[in-house]
Design a protein around this ligand. Structure first.
Ligand SMILES: Cc1cc2nc3c(=O)[nH]c(=O)nc-3n(C[C@H](O)[C@H](O)[C@H](O)COP(=O)(O)OP(=O)(O)OC[C@H]3O[C@@H](n4cnc5c(N)ncnc54)[C@H](O)[C@@H]3O)c2cc1C
Ligand SMILES: Cc1ncc(C[n+]2csc(CCOP(=O)(O)OP(=O)(O)O)c2C)c(N)n1
Length: 575
């Protein structure tokens, strides 16, 4: 240990903590670190073209593995580029360590070449962000950074000046080898009794479930069965909740199903489980609400809560279930399921691809991807309309995974997340549902696919617009402006970058070209020319109501007038 320099000691500690990859772009101040990686066979430097890609890829890696992922940027502009991807990882609560290399210690504060203050810049998107100003500090700060990222779930940033990285390590061996196993957390018996009394006393209970239900599928089904409760999910919960679920009534929210909205507004009590569903307008008013969350600070954040319990969903539901009196009245559940079937049918009808009829419906493309993708495919979807198609047309089954920038809501997430997914899961099929605006924003990393031998499949929804924004503009009464995209031929561009590049311009071409891309052993891009304006309305709304309900709803959500939506929904939806 004594003969190592700080950079070598850093890499050794990360390997001991199970890290196999570091995503980044090299630079002078990072030379110590990249050189330490170069000399080892048990950790790989993942060279991307933009540090933002590195951070998004690390976030995806951490989301899928559940373990620590690492990214790095050189001093000043290098690590500054990480920031948007780090915000995304932090807000998605995935453990990422960012190594922000820094200018030489003797120059700090003097306005030196490339000087920034990373410990200030990254403060807001991290749980831990500290500068190593002496080798003796280093090991302790690294241990705390790793431990914080893992246990608080989020980003930790270690700011490491290039000169310190090259100094002899003077510390001790790392204290930490891996994160401690997650503890089970459950509320006290008396609190569980209060919750049981509330839901036992209600005639119609609806469950709103989110990403905190990961790993608690069986317990969730048991509780929903006893309560005869429809389960509405929030977007980040889709991959954990929708499958093998006889209580599933779809997602809620602007992109959701009317059945999800209806189930939440027509119940006598709402039970929120591991969700931070953000849109207040979609919560019911004037009925009791109970919420279970691992983090106390999350309780009551989005709506008024009558009973808030701190606990993990799995353990808490297991302790709650025996206290529930099985309900015999299934009418609320049946009605919600019926509504869901109708909503689903409406959506399925939109996903048609009739030969010769152009432009191609994007729904149809998403449906074909869903049908052809592997049972254990990993999908990522760009913020923009691809998020809508993923939410509505990708079928989850407990093995498939879905990545997006759902909380931070950043464009250009899908390709970099697909890179992290493919690198961490080399044997799996990885499909990026990309927007033409999103792909172009981090287009440089198309080049990384060949360099990294990452056989990612990109399905590009080419609509020559920032269509999601255009839709918002139209709906809110703005003249659409600044949304045109004058695009290149993306398939040719992909070919030039060493990918397979194919195009579908007719509906009948969609299936064969997607199949061709999936069968191709290397990276591929499928460019599909899709309709620019495909209104993404909740599906049971009649045409004549579109103006009166959905566009109004967009307007009301954007301006925060949720109470008016509920009135409108009562007249238009609940029939
Ligand atoms: C363009 C766009 C449109 C969108 N439209 C919609 C929409 O219409 N509908 C929609 O639902 N979303 C939509 N989203 C996503 C939305 O912004 C939120 O990210 C999403 O609703 C949150 O999902 P969640 O509650 O499952 O996850 P999170 O926000 O991650 O919340 C999970 C909660 O569970 C808690 N938790 C974690 N682990 C546990 C555990 N073991 N036990 C207990 N609690 C735990 C966490 O503390 C947290 O409070 C959209 C996003 C984009 C980009
Ligand atoms: C970094 C960033 N910039 C701007 C936005 C605002 N925004 C949200 S969706 C969107 C359009 C996305 O366009 P594209 O990727 O082409 O997908 P489309 O909606 O056209 O299918 C924009 C500009 C954002 N969310 N993130």
């Amino acid at each position: 240990m004594g003969k190592q320099n700080v950079a070598e000691s850093l890499v050794e500690t990360l390997v001991a903590a199970g890290v196999e990859r570091i995503y980044g772009v090299s630079g002078d101040s990072l030379n110590g670190v990249t050189d330490a990686i170069r000399r080892r066979s048990d950790i790989r430097w993942i060279h991307v073209r933009h540090e933002e890609t590195a951070a998004f890829a690390a976030g995806a890696d951490a989301h899928l593995t559940g373990g620590l992922a690492v990214c790095a940027g050189s001093c000043g502009p290098g690590n500054l580029h990480l920031i948007n991807g780090l915000y995304d990882a932090h807000r998605s609560r995935v453990p990422v360590l960012a190594i922000a290399a820094h200018i030489p210690t003797r120059e700090i504060g003097g306005g030196y070449f490339q000087e920034t203050h990373p410990e200030l810049l990254f403060r807001e998107c991290s749980h831990f962000c500290e500068l190593v100003s002496h080798p003796e500090q280093f090991q302790n700060l690294l241990d705390v950074a790793v431990q914080t990222a893992l246990s608080r779930r989020g980003v930790a940033v270690l700011v490491l000046p290039g000169d310190i990285a090259l100094q002899p390590a003077v510390g001790r061996p790392p204290r930490l080898q891996a994160a401690p196993a997650a503890a089970s957390v459950r509320p006290a018996d008396a609190e569980l009794e209060r919750l049981a009394a509330l839901v036992n006393g209600a005639r119609k209970v609806t469950i709103l479930a989110g990403a905190g239900c990961a790993g608690a599928h069986a317990e969730l089904m048991e509780v929903a069965g006893r309560l005869r409760a429809p389960i509405v999910h929030a977007m980040r919960g889709k991959e954990f909740i929708e499958y093998d679920n006889p209580f599933d009534v779809g997602m809620t929210g602007l992109l959701g199903f009317s059945s999800g909205y209806h189930a939440m507004t027509s119940c006598d009590a709402l039970l929120m489980l591991g969700t931070d569903f953000p849109y207040r307008q979609f919560y019911p008013q004037d009925i009791p609400v109970a919420q279970i969350d691992l983090r106390g600070e999350q309780i009551g954040r989005r709506t008024r809560v009558d009973i808030g319990l701190v606990g993990d969903v799995k353990t808490t539901l297991a302790a709650l279930a025996p206290r529930l009196t099985p309900k015999s009245d299934s009418r609320h559940l049946e009605r919600s399921l019926e509504h869901y079937r109708n909503a689903r049918k409406g959506l399925d009808e939109l996903a048609s691809g009739e030969s010769g009829r152009t432009p191609i419906h994007p729904q149809f493309v998403a449906r074909v991807v869903d049908e052809l993708a592997a049972d254990d495919a990993i999908f990522s979807c760009d913020v923009g309309t691809p998020t809508i198609w993923a939410a509505r047309y990708l079928t989850m089954n407990g093995r498939r995974r879905l990545l997006g920038s759902f909380t931070h809501g950043s464009m250009a997430n899908a390709l970099p997340q697909a890179i992290g997914a493919q690198l961490s899961h080399p044997g799996r099929q990885v499909i990026s549902l990309s927007g033409d605006g999103g792909l172009a924003m981090l287009l440089g990393d198309l080049l990384s696919l060949r360099q990294l031998r990452a056989p990612v499949k990109i399905v590009l929804f080419r609509n020559d617009a920032l269509a999601f924004v255009e839709l918002e503009m139209k709906a809110t009464g703005f003249v659409d402006f600044a949304t045109d995209l004058h695009n290149p031929d993306f398939a040719k561009l992909a070919e030039a970058a060493g990918l397979l590049g194919v195009t579908a311009e007719q509906p009948e071409e969609v299936r064969p070209v997607i199949q061709q891309a999936l069968d191709h052993p290397g990276p591929a891009l499928v460019e599909v020319r899709v309709a620019r304006q495909e209104l993404s309305m909740p599906p049971t709304i009649q045409l004549e109501q579109i103006k009166g309900f959905t566009l109004y709803m967009v307007r009301a959500v954007l301006s925060g007038r949720g109470d008016e939506i509920i009135d409108l929904a009562k007249t238009n939806l609940i029939r």
